[in-house]
Design a protein around this ligand. Structure first.
Ligand code: SAM
Length: 278
C-alpha cells in the first residue's frame, strides 16, 4: 500500500536541501561535453502545483522555497537552484514547484538521458506524461530496486543516481543499503545522492553508519536541521549522503547552506562532512 504523496510536501525545507544538492551535481556534470545519465529511483509526480488542495492543506512549501523565493542569491548553487524554480514560474507568483525528475529535465541537454521509476498508480501517469516527447528518457511504473537491476548500468559512462524513498516503512532503510550496494556494483563510477530524514537522531546515525560500513569510498554528508533533535515524533531536518561527489561539492554546499540557514533554519544548524575518503 503506497500512502505517501509528495504533493503534500513539495518545496519544503527537505526538498530545498535535496534539490540544491541535485542541481549542484548536475551543474558539475554539465561542465563536460560528454553526455551522462540521470537515474531517479523514487521519482514522484514531477511537477507540483502549490495551489493544489494537498499543498495548501500542509503549506509545507512555506518552510522551504517560500522563504527563498524573493531572496537575492549570492552563492552559485543557490543561484542555479532558484533559476530552475523561476523558469517554471513566469509571473511574479510562486505557483509551481518541480520535483527531482522535472529539475533534471529542465537542466539536461537533449543528448543526456533520464531514467526514472515511480510505483504510485496515480503519480506515475502524471510523471510519464511529462516525458512523452523527450527522446532519451525511460520512465517506468516499476519498483525502484527492480529498476536498478533492469536499467543499470546505463549506456552513458557518467551519471547521477538519486535515491529518495518516503521512509514510511521501517524496512526502507535496509532497502536503501541493499539497493545502493546493488547499484554501485553495476555502476561504480556514478555519483549517488541518498536523501534521508532526521526524525530520531540515534536511528539516523545508525543508518549513516551502515552506509559507511558498506565499504564504498568517498562519502560526503550534507545536512540541514531547522529544529533541534527531539524525543517527540516529527522530522527536524534532513540530509543527503553523496557518494563520489564532485570534488567541488563540499565547498559549494557549505556556501549555499550558510546562506540559506538564516532564512530556512534561523534556530537550526547545518553540517557538511566527508565521512569516507576517496
Ligand atoms: N524524488 C521526488 C522529488 O524529489 O521530487 C520525490 C519522491 S517521494 C519522496 C517518494 C516517491 O517514491 C513517492 O512518489 C512514492 O510513490 C515512491 N515510491 C515508494 N516506494 C517505491 C518503490 N519501491 N519504488 C519506486 N517508487 C516508490
Amino acid at each position: 500500500m503506497l500512502s505517501y504523496r509528495h504533493s503534500y510536501h513539495a518545496g519544503n525545507h527537505a526538498d530545498v536541501v535535496k534539490h540544491l544538492v541535485q542541481v549542484a551535481i548536475i551543474d558539475y556534470l554539465l561542465k563536460k561535453d560528454k553526455p551522462f545519465c540521470y537515474h531517479d529511483s523514487h521519482a514522484g509526480a514531477g511537477l507540483y502545483s502549490l495551489a493544489s488542495e494537498q499543498a495548501l492543506k500542509t503549506a509545507e512549501y512555506e518552510t522551504g522555497i517560500g522563504k527563498l523565493w524573493l531572496h537575492q542569491a549570492q552563492s552559485p548553487a543557490l543561484q542555479s537552484y532558484l533559476e530552475v524554480i523561476k523558469s517554471l514560474n513566469t509571473d511574479e507568483e510562486l505557483s509551481f514547484y518541480p520535483g527531482s525528475p522535472k529539475i533534471a529535465e529542465l537542466m539536461l541537454r537533449p543528448t543526456d538521458s533520464i531514467q526514472a521509476t515511480e510505483l504510485h498508480p496515480s503519480d506515475y501517469p502524471i510523471l510519464a506524461s511529462q516525458f512523452i516527447r523527450r527522446r532519451y528518457s525511460r520512465i517506468e511504473n516499476q519498483d525502484a530496486w527492480a529498476g536498478f537491476k533492469a536499467m543499470l548500468p546505463p549506456l552513458h559512462k557518467r551519471g547521477l543516481v538519486l535515491i529518495d524513498p518516503p521512509y514510511e516503512l521501517k524496512h526502507e532503510y535496509q532497502d536503501v543499503v541493499a539497493g545502493l550496494k546493488l547499484a554501485y556494483q553495476r555502476f561504480p563510477q556514478a555519483t549517488y545522492a541518498i536523501w534521508y530524514p532526521v526524525i530520531e537522531r540515534a536511528a539516523i546515525e545508525a543508518f549513516i553508519r551502515e552506509l559507511v560500513s558498506t565499504g564504498i569510498k568517498n562519502q560526503l554528508r550534507i545536512e540541514l536541521c531547522p529544529l533541534s533533535d527531539t524525543d517527540s515524533y516529527g522530522m527536524t531536518g534532513s540530509g543527503m549522503l553523496v557518494i563520489n561527489p564532485p570534488y567541488t561539492l563540499a565547498d559549494t554546499m557549505r556556501q549555499a547552506l550558510a546562506e540559506i540557514q538564516p532564512l530556512v533554519a534561523p534556530n537550526g544548524d547545518w553540517q557538511v562532512h566527508q565521512l569516507v575518503l576517496e
